[in-house]
Structures are given as structure tokens and as C-alpha cells.
Design a protein around this ligand. Structure first.
Ligand SMILES: [Zn+2]
Length: 421
């Protein structure tokens, strides 16, 4: 893999979603305040890079996009300390914490210039180039979850994350390098709507659709530059002797909710699987229609994702395909209580256990991938059951109507990954 891509990948992983930000005030004057994200400072070969944010006291005009104003910029800057030149790689502009503009180029294509003396870039470059990676001095701003501008907050990953239970793919945000548990097993609570106002919004179509996820927020960068993204089309596979998936799937579902992106069912604690000798607790199940993964280019009308996490927040997703056929008894029970509109979780009256939604034949494909929703964090183990379950046409349509749109991310490049079976 190209070194610079690896580097960028690393940068974005780091700066994107895997640590608590620590903002350091570098300068402040009558018009603006320049802050450096200390944790984002990294060096690779001759370049250093860092995320900064500039808070403006009055709205500024965006020169590229006339009429658009902003009062907060978040920028990824590269510094060539030898030649004393700097370049902007990523720009995110916010007006009252709402993202209004974004643009970016990788460091190789970025234009390095000598910063205007005493400009923000100049101040940042001098600080970074003089202080090395362990940045000190200046006024350290308390590293709280709210220290980032809400719209750009590292913790505020996806809309779904605001929801009571982590939706499948997003818990991974913090997975990577922090000690933060990837899956926030926050008890169900209200306030989701309030939180959502501060989360980057994403969708399955239009300007906020999958092609543009990375442009919506810095912490979604992995969606574009990641090299191990999900879903995938399973084509060539390597035959090995995969161990049977061992687990416990007998504890019932406790609540169901529609988060606008999917319908999610949360289960009581106790369900788990053992993979590579490590235990993973089952967190929830949610659905995609049509399927996200494909098998030999074949798409299925419905796919369920059973999201599991280990104690460090590493994720394993068991994926089960549904083909059209006989009505599925477990879905029949769940769909009766499925909220038709986005909203808070509702307690389930019916009893459904996970094994009712997993085929008896447990032969599977295994591969490495990512969350299929922003922030598209990688390092997710995927177990895709080869045998589909069935769901009736009506059951598939009932789900589609509850979501009001398709909710499958397109398949992503394998980039050399192996699928084993
Ligand atoms: Zn999913």
C-alpha cells in the first residue's frame, strides 16, 4: 500500500475518531481565537500535521462559496518545518455549529506556501515546528467531551450515536485507540433529539449520501480514505477450516426502535459469541434493506447485523441474509411492535431470542471490514452466514416502509483483503 495513503489513513483514524481532543489556545485577538488539537499532532518523514480550529467573533465570508458565512473553521494543516511552508489539507466551516462548507486534498496535492507572518498558520507552524510532538505551553483547555465544536465533536460521531443504544456500526468510533469503550451501553434514555442537533447528519441519498459521508465531518474521513471498508461483494474466497461460531443466543429482546437509519432491537445482557478465543457480548440487532453485503454479486432483500463487542470495544458483526419466501416467525413478532416513525425505544411485549434469527446451518464467510455507517471505523470482524433465512414479501415491505428509503451502503473495494470460508 502506498505509504502516503497509509499515513493519511493513520492521521485520519487518529484525528478522526479515536481520542479525546485536547484543545490548546495558541493565540487570541479581537477577531478570532486559534486553538490546536494537541492530540492530533503527528510527524511523518519531513512533514508534521495537526488539526486546528479557529473561532471567529463575527461571521466570515466564504470566498469559495459566496454568500456562505461561517464563524468556526476546523482545519487540517501540514507543516514542512525545514522549508517553513504550510498547506491546508482539509477545511470544515461551521456557522453556529452547523456544517456549511467542507473541502479537502491530500498532503501530496496540497499547496505549500510560506505563511503570512503572524497569521494563524504562521503561529501554528512556529508552535508545531518548535515544540515537537509533545506540545506544551499556552493555555490548555480542559479536555472535555464538549471541548470540540459540537458539529465537529469527536464524540459526536453519527446521528445514530446520539440514540439511546449504539447502532451497529457506530460504536466503533471510539474503538480504535482510546480506552473508551466502543459500544456505549448507555441505558435507554431520552434526549436523543436534543443531542442530534449537534451531530453531523448523514443519509443514504442526496448530498448527505454515502458518496459524501467523508465530506460531512472530519470524523467521517475514514468513509473515504479507509482501505478496509464494508460492505463487500464476496467473490473469491480462501477455503480453510473455520471453527464453528460458538455462543449463547438465548436471552430475549427487550426493546425496539426506529432511529431513522434502521430499526434496531436491543437485547437483554447475556448473549455472546466466542471468536479467536475471545468473548464478545451481543449488543443489538438491526436491519438493512436491501442487503449491504453481496454474495457472488447477489443482493438479498434484507440483511440483519448482530453487533457484538468485547471488553475493549472491538467489534464483531454476525450478518444474516434473508431471501424472500416464507414469513419469518421472529420478524412477525418484532414487526408487530416496530415503530413506523423515528423515535424513542419501546419495550417489547413479545419474546424473541437471537437464535430465532440465525440459520441452523452455521457455515459462514469471515472477513475484516468496517462499520457500514459513519464514521466507518475499521477493525470490525465480519461473520456472514452463508445460509439465508426467509422473510415474506410483506415483512420486507413493512421494514422498507418504516425506514422510508433503502438503507444499504454500496459495496466497497476489497483492496487485497481475503475472505475465508
Ligand atoms: Zn448494519
Amino acid at each position: 500500500m502506498n505509504k502516503s495513503i497509509l499515513f493519511l489513513l493513520f492521521l485520519f483514524t487518529i484525528s478522526g475518531n479515536s481520542y479525546a481532543t485536547t484543545w490548546l489556545k495558541l493565540s487570541e485577538n479581537g477577531t478570532s481565537k486559534l486553538m490546536l488539537d494537541k492530540q492530533s499532532v503527528l510527524q511523518q518523514d519531513l512533514l508534521k500535521k495537526a488539526w486546528v480550529k479557529i473561532e471567529y467573533k463575527t461571521p466570515q465570508e466564504n470566498l469559495e462559496s459566496l454568500g456562505k458565512q461561517y464563524n468556526l473553521s476546523k482545519l487540517l494543516w501540514f507543516f514542512d518545518c525545514n522549508s517553513q511552508k504550510s498547506a491546508t489539507s482539509q477545511v470544515f466551516q461551521y456557522l453556529d455549529n452547523e456544517l456549511v462548507y467542507s473541502a479537502g486534498v491530500d498532503s501530496k496535492n496540497a499547496e505549500f506556501i510560506e505563511p503570512v507572518p503572524e497569521s494563524d498558520m504562521d503561529i501554528a507552524m512556529r508552535h508545531i515546528c518548535l515544540s515537537g510532538n509533545a506540545v506544551a505551553t499556552a493555555t490548555e483547555v480542559k479536555p472535555t467531551k464538549t471541548s470540540t465544536p459540537p458539529a465537529a465533536s469527536k464524540e459526536a460521531t453519527s446521528k445514530a450515536e446520539a440514540k439511546p443504544e449504539p447502532s451497529p456500526e457506530k460504536p466503533a468510533a471510539p474503538v480504535a485507540k482510546t480506552g473508551t469503550p466502543a459500544v456505549k451501553t448507555t441505558p435507554v434514555k431520552s434526549g436523543a433529539a436534543k443531542d442530534n442537533a449537534q451531530k453531523p447528519h448523514w443519509a443514504y441519498e442526496g448530498k448527505e449520501g454515502p458518496e459524501n459521508w467523508a465530506k460531512l465531518s472530519p470524523e467521517f474521513a475514514t468513509c473515504e480514505i479507509g482501505r478496509n471498508q464494508s460492505p463487500i461483494n464476496i467473490e473469491d474466497t480462501m477455503h480453510t477450516t473455520l471453527k464453528p461460531v460458538r455462543g449463547i443466543q438465548k436471552f430475549p429482546a427487550k426493546e425496539i426502535f426506529n432511529n431513522g437509519h434502521t430499526v434496531q432491537v436491543n437485547f437483554k445482557e447475556g448473549n455472546m459469541l466466542v471468536l479467536d478465543s475471545a468473548p464478545y457480548q451481543m449488543k443489538e440487532v438491526h436491519f438493512h434493506a436491501p442487503s449491504e453485503n453481496k454474495i457472488h454479486n447477489k443482493s438479498f432483500p434484507l440483511e440483519a447485523h448482530f453487533v457484538h463487542a468485547d471488553s475493549k470495544g472491538n467489534l464483531t458483526v454476525i450478518a444474516v441474509m434473508f431471501k424472500e419466501g416464507k414469513a419469518n416467525p421472529a420478524l412477525a413478532k418484532l414487526w408487530l411492535e416496530m415503530p413506523k416513525k423515528e423515535g424513542e425505544p419501546v419495550a417489547l411485549k413479545t419474546r424473541v431470542i437471537p437464535s430465532e434469527l440465525i440459520p441452523e446451518n452455521r457455515a459462514y464467510y469471515r472477513f475484516s471490514g468496517s462499520l457500514t455507517t459513519p464514521p466507518c471505523s475499521e477493525g470490525v470482524r465480519w461473520i456472514l452466514m452463508k445460509t439465508p433465512m426467509t422473510a415474506s414479501k410483506e415483512q420486507i415491505e413493512t421494514f422498507e416502509q418504516a425506514i422510508h428509503h433503502t438503507n444499504n451502503r454500496p459495496v466497497q473495494a476489497l483492496n487485497g483483503r481475503l475472505v475465508v470460508e
